[in-house]
Design a protein around this ligand. Structure first.
Ligand code: NAD
Ligand code: UFG
Length: 331
């Protein structure tokens, strides 16, 4: 089977490309490197010991996507390409709506033209908004307070409506929780452009000595230690979840949470990092960050039951792999 992986040079797409190659799929990557680097393609090939076909294209450009489909017999698409910084989306809403929505529309349209009926979409736990944990796939989606989250909810809706109108179309909407960590080789991982915003990259910056201490946003949430709780998932577990989603894809629309089902607080993650790597992470409490919810973790029973998939790697492994990659990065 040949899978088109849009955004395959990015953080989750690169790890998923490796998992796909390992599972015997052929991979075509389409990426415009707006948030990744060209050397990622070689690293994927190096780790997987297999070649990938690569197109440097913007997947919002219909003609460019058409060309890929006309040059290859594609069996399915995994659509990762998108802009993903929540704060930036508030400042640049048009860029976010245009990139994230138009790419979904273009890909669905070209899939229809070429009769490609398997589609996996990168959604986010952010679509649950401030629901009560654990988040279950059947919950009503709540407003997300930022354009990024809206693009995920809208893309889900577009693909759902498209599947309803085209009964042979099979789509899996995967709602990721908080992906962290890196491939165990230490060759690929999450590259932060500029000052990182997410927790794990901030912790590794403190470990590197680039930041003096970690700012913990709020210690007055209604959680056991007062700090925010999230469902951190190792990026390789997440990658393998995509392979399972593809393998179990049947006609219609299927929504799955990809998380571990376990909530970890900020202080617990700091502690796990210290244990995994023997490095102390100084921190200070500061005000809550605007828009942060107190808890976010998944009900994972649907993915476990229908995809026969369960995240295997624990929080210490996530911290060890994240640090192995970060300390290897060439400056
Ligand atoms: P990333 O930025 O590392 O990867 C996205 C890739 O898509 C990059 O390589 C970028 O260059 C490429 N891209 C963006 N727009 C493009 C376009 N128009 N044409 C071609 N390539 C384009 O992000 P990631 O963390 O790997 O996330 C992948 C997907 O998962 C995104 O859709 C993101 O919204 C979603 N997601 C991520 C997280 C997370 O915490 N990382 C959580 C939930 C959902
Ligand atoms: N945090 C800190 N200090 C930091 C960074 C984060 O205390 O320097 C805290 C946050 O307040 C939160 C937790 O660490 O309690 C996790 O924050 P992240 O920024 O790492 O992740 P979020 O849960 O806020 O958001 C992430 C992605 C979103 C995605 C969401 C899905 O950034 O795109 O997970 O669950 F939608």
């Amino acid at each position: 089977m040949v899978i088109l992986v849009t955004g395959g040079a990015g953080y989750i797409g690169s790890h998923t490309s490796i998992a796909l190659l390992k599972a015997g799929y052929s991979v075509i990557i389409a990426d415009n490197f707006c948030n990744s680097r060209p050397e990622m393609i070689k690293k994927i090939e190096q780790i997987a010991k297999k070649k990938v076909v690569f197109y440097e294209v913007d997947v919002t450009v219909e003609q460019a996507v058409y060309q890929i489909f006309s040059e290859h017999q594609i069996d399915g698409v995994i659509h990762f390409a998108g802009l993903k910084a929540v704060g930036e989306s508030v400042e640049k809403p048009l860029e976010y709506y245009s990139n994230n929505i138009v790419s979904t529309l273009v890909l669905a349209k070209i899939c229809r033209k070429f009769g490609v009926d398997k589609f996996v979409f990168s959604s986010s736990a952010t679509v649950y908004g401030d629901n009560t944990v654990p988040f279950v796939e059947t919950m009503d989606l709540l407003p997300t307070t930022n354009p990024y989250g809206e693009t995920k909810a809208m893309s889900e809706r577009i693909l759902t409506d498209f599947a309803r109108a085209n009964p042979s179309f099979s789509v899996s909407l995967l709602r990721y929780f908080n992906p962290v960590g890196a491939h165990e080789s230490g060759l690929i991982g999450e590259i932060s452009n500029g000052i990182p915003k997410n927790l794990m990259p901030c912790i590794t910056q403190v470990a590197k000595g680039r930041l003096e201490s970690l700012r913990v946003f709020g210690n007055d949430f209604s959680t056991a230690d007062g700090t925010g709780v999230r469902d951190y998932i190792h990026v390789m577990d997440l990658a393998e979840g995509h392979v399972s989603a593809l393998e179990h894809l049947t006609q219609g629309v299927h929504i799955y949470n990809l998380g571990t089902g376990k909530g970890t607080s900020v202080l617990e993650l700091i502690k796990a990092f210290e244990i995994a790597n023997g490095i102390s992470i100084p921190y200070e409490f500061v005000d809550r960050r605007l828009g942060d919810i107190s808890e976010c973790y998944a009900d994972i029973s649907k993915a476990q039951c229908e995809l026969d998939w369960l995240a295997k790697r624990d929080i210490v492994t996530m911290c060890r792999d994240a640090w192995r990659f970060e300390r290897n990065i060439d400056e």
